[in-house]
Structure formats: C-alpha cells, structure tokens
Design a protein around this ligand. Structure first.
Ligand SMILES: Nc1ncnc2c1ncn2[C@@H]1O[C@H](COP(=O)(O)OP(=O)(O)OP(=O)(O)O)[C@@H](O)[C@H]1O
Length: 261
C-alpha cells in the first residue's frame, strides 16, 4: 500500500498493532502504581532519544543509549511485580497450564476440585461480616504461598467454620493478619501479607484491605477481606478489589477457581 511517499507493508500494520497491544497491556498493568510514572518517564526519554538520533547528535545519542541500557536493568528491578503479573496473565490464559500433567511436571499445586469447602468459607465470611469481625482469608490457587504461610503460625488443620471463627475471634491470639487456606486445610494463621502500593485506592481502605489487594497482586491467590469497621466483605483477585455480597462472593470464587457460574 502506498500513502503519499510512504510505502506500507502488511507486516508494518501487524507490527504497529502488536506494539499498540503491548503498550496498552503494560499501561493496564502499571496504571495507578508508582511504576506508571517510571514507565512514562522512560517512554519520554526513549522518544527524546529517537529525535536526537534522527537529527544526528552523536554524542548525546551515545549517552542516551548508555543510559537506557543501564535503565533497562533498573526497569526489571522496579517493575518486577508488574512483569510477574504480566507473565502470570499470559501463563493463566494458556490451556497448557491448566493441564494436570503440566502442573505435575512444573510442580505447581493441583487446581482445587469440587470437594473444596467453598460454601464453608463463604458462610464464615458472612458470619464474620454480620458480627463485624475483621479478617483476611487467603485462598491458594496454583502459586506457592509458603513465603507467606511461614510468616504466620502453622495450623495445618481441616477447614471448618468453627475454626475460622475461632481464629478471628477477638479472644484469639492469632486474630491479627491473614489465614491461608489450601484446598480443604487451613495452613496458617496470623500471616503477614504484602501491602499494595496502589495510589488509586479509596482513602477508607486501610492496611487490611491493602494487604488483601497486595497478595492478589503478587500471586494468583484470592483474598477475602472482612472489614471490622463496617462489616463489608471485599474480594481481591488479580490485583483488583471490590465490595461484594455473600452471594456475589460465592459466585465470583466459583468462577475464579472452577470456571463455573
Ligand atoms: N501486612 C499485613 N498482612 C496481613 N494483615 C494485615 C497487614 N497489615 C495490617 N493487617 C491487618 O489489618 C488490621 C488493621 O486494619 P486497618 O484498620 O488498618 O485496615 P482497614 O482496611 O481499614 O480494615 P477495617 O475496615 O477492618 O478497619 C491489623 O490489625 C491486621 O490484622
């Protein structure tokens, strides 16, 4: 195709479309975080570099080239959370990773099956909500959470509503922090989670909600957060947190863990 003096091949159109998609996904991943400003800054320097190169300012081009080379390593360090989420997104969208044999080879956890006590968890969250008992319930999916379970007290007991409520009761010594569930077992309580650094969160979201969001950003686990202040239930998945009713909680967890509506 010829537009004026420009000759455009179909590969150029494909190239531009793919770059546009890539930039859009990077933007979506870093939106609202500190990394987004770094990303914009780096992009502006890159544009400046292209202009300088086109004009033919050799010394400045060399300096910028060197700066961006070193900057690339700095970007990997700064963007490690975002890069992780991006790769997780790609990994999750391939059917290969849902395959049992692949999961065994990779040593990843086997996805939850239908015996998983989802109703018990939802019921517990509902009771905690009605009693204004604060807490975070993390449900492991495929990612290894041992780093976080080790930060708390090991429980490794069969999950039950009584146990969840006892752990979060105001008289419990373990009611601070999060409990971590893997399949039908409570692995640990009193666990410390990473705090989300998202600037876009409403100001009424304190550390409990930020911790629930943080674990959903860092891993593929789902985190249920019950507010001590207003009894509301929030669900954090894939770096997004929203307030849900008990029915919505059950529906969203079913969809997320079993692809069921
Ligand atoms: N890094 C963390 N990991 C796990 N739990 C945490 C972490 N930081 C704080 N918490 C929990 O959050 C509680 C403090 O909640 P805070 O009031 O700051 O948050 P909030 O989001 O406003 O929740 P609420 O609506 O229940 O008041 C702490 O007592 C602790 O149990």
């Amino acid at each position: 195709m010829q537009i004026g003096f420009l000759e455009i091949k179909w590969t150029d159109i494909l190239d531009i479309t793919l770059v546009a998609f890539l930039l859009y996904y990077i933007y979506k991943l870093v939106r609202g975080s500190v990394a987004s400003r770094v990303f914009t800054g780096y992009l502006l320097i890159y544009l400046f570099y292209l202009i300088v190169k086109a004009i033919g300012l050799e010394l400045l081009t060399r300096i910028l080239e060197y700066f961006m080379g070193v900057g690339a390593i700095a970007l990997i360090v700064l963007f490690q959370q975002e890069i992780r989420r991006f790769l997780l997104l790609i990994g999750k969208s391939t059917t290969l990773t849902n395959n049992q044999i692949f999961a065994n080879i990779m040593g990843t956890e086997v996805p939850l099956d239908d015996s998983f006590p989802l109703k018990t968890i939802v019921d517990s969250a509902k009771t905690m909500s009605s009693e204004f008992t604060g807490g975070i319930i993390v449900i492991q999916k495929e990612d290894d959470l041992s780093k976080f379970t080790e930060s708390g007290d090991s429980i490794d007991a069969v999950l039950s509503k009584k146990l969840i409520l006892s752990l979060f009761s105001q008289y419990s010594l373990l009611n601070d922090g999060a409990i971590i569930i893997n399949n039908n077992r409570i692995m640990a309580a009193h666990c410390i989670l990473p705090i989300a650094n998202n600037d876009d969160l409403p100001s009424n979201y304190g550390f409990r909600h930020r911790a629930a969001l943080g674990i959903s950003e860092a891993t593929d686990a789902a985190a249920i957060c019950i507010s001590e202040e207003n009894g509301k239930i929030s669900l954090a998945i894939d770096g997004n947190i929203k307030i849900v009713t008990a029915a919505e909680l059950e529906r969203d967890l079913k969809t997320y863990f079993f692809n069921k509506n």
